[in-house]
Design a protein around this ligand. Structure first.
Ligand SMILES: Nc1ncnc2c1ncn2[C@@H]1O[C@H](COP(=O)(O)OP(=O)(O)OP(=O)(O)O)[C@@H](O)[C@H]1O
Ligand SMILES: [Mg+2]
Length: 233
């Protein structure tokens, strides 16, 4: 297993949000965290990244325990985080946003500006545009590109498909398949089941801070009772 999360409990102040959450992601897999609004998907990704550290349990990246490490240390070990609000620097250009990510990472590998722009040609077209002038879809691609610039083993993506037009979602699914083909492992939180079915191998369903179901995406997609109970809007 590349990522092995065992029995974590995460709190916001006195609110006990994640309750004994366990899941794992194998090297090369794309795995989904599914569930309705407010169930704990973002908190799960933040717990892995060290942004809201779990109070107990384990978060292992291969043999390395991540729990207790700061986010920047976790990032150096090869975990990248694409937050739901993307955190694009508005006053920097598209290119500068990419370059900063590379500068902050000691890691090298396949991904550089040229490869990222090959994957997302629109980022080459927008090279000198400021972050604030980019569209929602372009910002998603930039944020994903920035994650890649750190040459991570694992990318945590929060709501990659949210707010995008169906055509853009389809293109993004293709890009994720391409990223995966270069050996990058992905854990994503998303509410778009159709998108997850396209890009993910397996999924975990969260409800009120607990994992209530897990299976292959095909199993979940075909399980009407589970979809109705935990996912249907
Ligand atoms: N900073 C915070 N302080 C207190 N409670 C919080 C904080 N952030 C989130 N929560 C609570 O933690 C719970 C889980 O939130 P989380 O954002 O992880 O859910 P989510 O599944 O990502 O939801 P969404 O679909 O809205 O993104 C919710 O009840 C939420 O209200
Ligand atoms: Mg969320």
């Amino acid at each position: 297993m590349l990522l092995d999360v065992g029995g974590i409990n995460t709190y916001y102040g006195t609110s006990h949000i994640l309750q004994d959450v366990s899941f794992s992601v194998d090297s090369g897999e794309v795995v989904a965290l599914l569930g309705r609004n407010g169930v704990g998907k973002t908190t799960t990704l933040r717990s892995v990244m060290g942004l809201t550290p779990p109070r107990d349990g384990t978060v292992r990246l291969q043999d390395q325990e991540l729990r207790g490490l700061a986010a920047h240390a976790i990032s150096r070990l090869g975990v990248a985080y694409m937050p739901d609000d993307l955190r694009i620097f508005p006053d920097l250009t598209c290119e500068e946003n990419l370059q900063i990510a590379a500068k902050l990472s000691p890691r090298t590998g396949y991904w550089n500006q040229e490869r990222v722009e090959e994957l997302f040609p629109v980022l080459a077209d927008r090279r000198r545009q400021k972050g604030l002038n980019m569209s929602g879809g372009e910002k998603k691609m930039l944020s994903m590109g920035r994650a890649l610039m750190s040459n991570p083993q694992l990318i945590l993506m929060d709501e990659p498909s949210e707010g995008l037009a169906p055509l853009v979602v389809r293109a993004l699914a293709g890009s994720i398949m391409e990223i995966r083909s270069h050996g990058v492992t992905i854990l994503l939180a998303d509410q778009n089941l159709k998108f997850c079915r396209q890009v993910c191998d397996r999924g975990y369903i969260i409800e009120k801070g607990r994992i209530v179901h897990q299976g292959t995406m095909e199993d979940i997609w075909g399980n009407e009772a589970v979809v109705k109970k935990y996912l249907a809007l």
